[in-house]
Design a protein around this ligand. Structure first.
Ligand SMILES: [Zn+2]
Length: 368
């Protein structure tokens, strides 16, 4: 058996000058459609350079591009920077040709001392057009076949069969969207809202077998994609307004360091209000008096229920709103640095930020 495997399949793409993909032993590339799919996949990954994305139309069919400007739902598994440009080594574990496509399973990992650190294991499907040219098929196309959908106003909900749709929760989401549109004078955005009880199901829906953030204790979590107006919401049912609010507000002030705070101010975060989170941050600060808040973006400690930076940002938005109303908040969002924000809004110099913020958080956390 082992002999056969080695004979048929030990094929490393290192011979190819552009290649970056490694084939795990056991993958048979002798069939022409498999080797075509392999080179296609390899050339796709190689075409990612830094933050810049390749021309998607070279790799994806027109019907996918009609649905999404970025059909590949794996690229941004690790935040805003394309995963394929982050230096992880792609290893192909599995390639199966079927009548209509070749299924590829790839692992993205890195050697850390002598251990393998894996960031994702994902599935790709390569189909062929009438001219035998390869193209990618979005795994969501198959995965959604068993899901249900329901559209209310501008939101189309997608959910697994086991989920009983709760119109009351959906109405509550729509009410909040309505209010946000009204306050900010914004037009309705058509939103695709994917939801499941367990956030891991949403990773699987997008094509992952494994992603770095899967598998921890269940808690509400969501992802918003403002490029293609879709949200993936786990554990909050039909009413995860936070992620939808990102779709409306992100593009208004793309350079503001307070984007997350503005959304948290209107929609809370991870299912709780700003003041709930501030109480937790304050508790931490009381127990860690040496913490330094001078640089909010780099102030971090592990709390599975609170993102301290987003709570502090939300607090800044709330205070400015209470002081100067909506126009004040809009003006606050035009600043591009924290330095400007603290100097111009609060008359606080850089070396005073730490004390200023700690006092403010303590005061806000203890408000009745
Ligand atoms: Zn957010």
């Amino acid at each position: 058996m082992i002999k056969q495997l080695l004979f048929a399949v030990l094929f490393i793409l290192a011979n190819d000058t552009h290649a970056q993909v490694y084939l795990n032993p056991g993958v048979d590339t002798t069939f022409v459609e498999v080797s075509t799919a392999l080179h296609f996949f390899d050339s796709y990954l190689s075409s990612f350079k830094g933050k810049k994305l390749p021309a998607m139309s070279q790799y994806w069919a027109a019907n996918e591009l009609k649905q999404r400007t970025i059909p590949d739902q794996i690229i941004f598994a690790q935040g805003d920077f394309p995963m394929y440009s982050q230096g992880y080594k792609p290893t192909i574990l599995y390639m199966r040709p079927t009548e209509n496509y070749v299924h590829i399973k790839a692992q993205f990992s890195m050697i850390n001392n002598t251990n393998i650190m894996t960031v994702a294991i994902a599935n790709y499907y390569v189909g062929f057009n009438a001219h035998r040219q390869p193209y990618f098929i979005n795994p969501m196309t198959w995965n959604l076949l068993t899901w249900r959908t329901k559209t209310i106003r501008n939101v189309t909900f997608y959910f697994p069969k086991y989920h009983k749709f709760k119109p009351k929760n959906a109405d509550s989401l729509i009410l909040q969207i309505n209010l946000l549109e009204h306050i900010w004078d914004l037009k309705p955005i058509p939103v695709r809202y994917y939801m499941a009880d367990d956030p891991d199901e949403l990773y699987k829906l997008r094509g992952f077998d494994y992603a770095l953030l899967m598998g921890n204790k269940l808690k509400p979590s969501g992802i918003s994609d403002d490029k293609d107006n879709q949200v993936f919401c786990g554990g909050m049912g039909e009413n995860y307004f936070h992620e939808v609010a990102h779709l409306y507000l992100n593009h208004l002030y793309p350079k503001s360091p307070l984007q997350e705070g503005l959304v948290a101010f209107y929609a809370g975060s991870m299912g709780h209000s700003i003041s709930w989170h501030l109480k937790r941050v304050n508790e931490y600060l009381q127990g860690h008096p040496n913490s330094d808040l001078s640089d909010i973006d780099n102030f971090w400690y592990t709390d599975p229920y609170t993102n301290p930076g987003s709570a502090i940002q939300g607090m800044i938005c709330k205070i400015v709103y209470q002081k100067d109303g909506l126009n004040g908040l809009k003006h606050l969002m035009t600043y591009m640095t924290y330095k400007e924000i603290f100097e111009k809004e609060f008359n606080v110099k850089h070396n005073e930020i730490n004390t200023f913020l700690k006092n403010l958080i303590n005061e806000q956390a203890n408000l009745k």
